[in-house]
Design a protein around this ligand. Sequence first.
Ligand SMILES: Nc1ncnc2c1ncn2[C@@H]1O[C@H](COP(=O)(O)OP(=O)(O)OP(=O)(O)O)[C@@H](O)[C@H]1O
Ligand SMILES: C[C@@](O)(CCO)CC(=O)[O-]
Ligand SMILES: [Mg+2]
Length: 424
Amino acid sequence: MADADWLSERGRDESDWRGMTVACTCVGSMMVDRELFVSAPGKVILHGEHAVVHGKVALAVGLNLRTFLRLRPGKDNGTVEINLPNIGTKLTWKISDLQALVPSFHNSPESKPLGPSPEQLDFLKTFAGFSNGTTDTESLAVLAFLYLYLSICGQALPSLEIVVWSQLPTGAGLGSSAAYSVSIAAALLATSGKISIPAQENIRWTQAELTLINSWAFQGEKVIHGNPSGVDNAVGTWGGALRFQAGEINPIERVPVLEILLTNTCVPRSTKTLVAGVKDKLLKFPGIMEPVLSSINAISEECQRVLQAGVEGLTIEQYSVLEELIDINQHHLNVIGVGHPSLDRLCQATTSHGLHSKLTGAGGGGCAITLLRPDIEPSVVDAVKQELSAYGYQCWRTSIGAPGVSLHSSSMLPEDVTRSFNKA
Ligand SMILES: Nc1ncnc2c1ncn2[C@@H]1O[C@H](COP(=O)(O)OP(=O)(O)OP(=O)(O)O)[C@@H](O)[C@H]1O
Ligand SMILES: C[C@@](O)(CCO)CC(=O)[O-]
Ligand SMILES: [Mg+2]
């Protein structure tokens, strides 16, 4: 796992992720002739995973682990290369071959981004040489890239070399697919002149531009997830803390600083499969499952109320309420079928030290969060970490809230990112 601290150091200035109104310098041409560096954060869902797919409220926050993208003009002007070192994928296509696909993908510039149709996905699978029912890591990542590239750049396909490298574990519940889709959407929209390229690193895209990035990233998520709610790509785009319900995104302007222990059980799972499983249960037992989802909704509402009441610093009583909400929700998530023995072990281990944990993201393994009170003894955190490491889990202490999609200059990239790009 990459060092999680670099952004907590440089990103804690709240104006960084809450002040979003900016002025930008636009590029006049359809293509840039220089490198672009873009990044997007992963996310933690405090409450509301799965329920949010069925129209309930979710509370989610940006995480200071990010996905970084480097875009360069293609070397020979006739190819597109996508290099994904986290998953060991590097593929190149001829623009002339891709050009033949354009009529099936390109939307007019005025139209809203459209979701991928089953025919378009079949078309791409055939083109990329993937078998029809394929859902492996590489094919989902490549299909999402090709879908966004053809749909966004269809008017004039640019020759590009793109590297995407992430500090996030892939497929562990921290929104890696959304950070991937957001950074690709932002880079392609910028390079094709559909959004500006801010002149300086500390200048953000406008709200309208962020909305466009978010809606394209949502289409990328559809390729990877099947039926995403859109909460993950919203956090990847805006960062900070968000309340999300049925596509409505409301930034929560002020939240108290919350420290968590983030633990990856390292048990692989697929968000797409878990989301489909919950839907099946809901269809089979509507009278039983619907009240559980409504209760999760009420937990999100109560959590938001407590956080907003404790903006200046949470009281002991407010921490106790947050802990109880975590416990109740973890039980609910087990009821809807997204628990896992690895998560049960984690909850037992943290409970034995007086701490409270729940899964975050799609569950079925993946990651969990454990709330840390500000006065917790470092020895308790060390003991918990040791116990969890003995199960083969990875854990790290972090605070929540991180900037959304951002443009970078090469000199400002963290060292681990520069190293990975140089090696790619
Ligand atoms: N850095 C990356 N390089 C290549 N592909 C990636 C990368 N990050 C994510 N992906 C794609 O996203 C998929 C993982 O998405 P999935 O939604 O299952 O997990 P997640 O987004 O990490 O967790 P959750 O959706 O529960 O928060 C991978 O199979 C891969 O296709
Ligand atoms: C499980 C889920 O609720 C969150 C995944 O991070 C799926 C979604 O909202 O798209
Ligand atoms: Mg995902």
